[in-house]
Design a protein around this ligand. Structure first.
Ligand SMILES: Nc1ncnc2c1ncn2[C@@H]1O[C@H](COP(=O)(O)OP(=O)(O)O)[C@@H](O)[C@H]1O
Ligand SMILES: [Mg+2]
Length: 293
């Protein structure tokens, strides 16, 4: 396994711990490590207005994703993770606060932010693996002709599907379809890759293999990703940083750096996974929340 996150000291941010409300962390870039903030959220409140209800999905959430971060948003089902990712994608506008990509206010979806979802049906069923990837490139104007095909094959090779380039989605397993979705997203070479529980519907062994492959892919290309999960184990393994959200409505509970090894936290004296577990369930008698997925 790669040794990721070595550039950053492992610390627990005090923000939000205890009262569950995140203090604004002004962190436009990290001078110590020379990292640059690609994506920043300030006081992001997201709501759904239905005819009878106002649902507050997230409340005044602050975050900073730096270049090449494996930034994981972790929290129980229903805490607003998907909503937050959709807002970064430009599909939902905050009712309070703002989200900026490289300093620019996010107003709408764009090819600089590509999303990979949990569902296996993200691919166009009538197009082959290769065509699914090239179609995204040509439709968005990212590349065309031979350049699009070369780029598509480059990323298809990265997800180990070269032999299946001319296969159609119905011929592929769930894990392979997710690899295609990842290759397609990466081929777009977005500023940030947005992943909403992309491995949650896979069996445990495939899921583990996909997690390892994603880390290898990251080691190879150092893309910036924002990855949403409700699994503490997955968050610890995949992340360089973890934004922990409280149960519904999602507020920043804490922020951690991680190196994937689930080591003892200097500040808490506990393993990272245990520290997160204790924080998440500290004020909850029932460990199982409603499943909103
Ligand atoms: N389209 C919607 N309309 C109304 N409420 C919604 C909608 N989508 C999600 N919600 C509610 O917003 C909250 C956050 O949902 P979501 O972002 O999907 O959480 P998570 O991804 O963390 O499980 C939940 O209470 C959910 O029921
Ligand atoms: Mg979700």
């Amino acid at each position: 396994m790669l040794d990721a996150g070595g550039a950053k000291a492992k610390t627990v941010s005090a923000a939000g711990v205890g009262d569950g409300i995140g203090q604004p962390r002004v962190n436009e870039g990290d001078e110590a490590t020379g990292t640059v903030s690609v994506l920043s959220g300030r006081g992001v409140t997201l709501q759904y207005k239905t005819p009878d209800h106002l649902v507050v999905a997230t409340y005044r959430v602050d975050f900073d994703v730096h270049a090449s971060d494996r930034f994981v948003v972790l929290g129980p089902s229903g805490c607003g993770k998907s909503t937050l990712l959709k807002a970064v994608g430009g599909y939902i506008t905050p009712t309070e606060g703002e989200i900026r990509l490289k300093g620019e206010l996010i107003r709408r979806p764009g090819p600089d932010r590509i999303m990979v979802f949990q569902e296996f049906d993200q691919l166009l069923p009538w197009k082959s693996v290769r065509q699914n990837v090239t179609f995204a490139l040509t439709e968005s104007g990212r590349a065309s002709g031979k350049a699009a095909d070369d780029r598509a094959m480059h990323y298809i090779e990265k997800v180990k599907l070269t032999k299946f380039a001319d296969s159609f989605p119905h011929m592929l397993s769930g894990g392979m379809k997710q690899r295609v979705a990842i290759a397609r997203a990466m081929a777009m070479e977005p500023e940030i890759l947005l992943m909403d529980e992309p491995f949650a519907a896979l069996d445990a062994l495939t899921r583990r293999r996909m997690q390892e492959e994603l880390l290898q892919l990251w080691d190879d290309t150092r893309f910036t990703m924002m990855f949403v999960t409700h699994s503490i184990e997955e968050a610890v393994m995949l992340s360089s940083r973890i934004l922990l959200l409280s149960p519904h409505p999602g507020r920043v509970r804490a922020e951690f750096n991680s190196n994937g090894k689930d080591e003892i936290e200097p500040l808490t004296g506990k393993r990272l996974s245990v520290a997160i577990h204790d924080l998440l369930f500290a004020d909850q008698p029932e460990p199982e929340g409603d499943d909103h997925d």
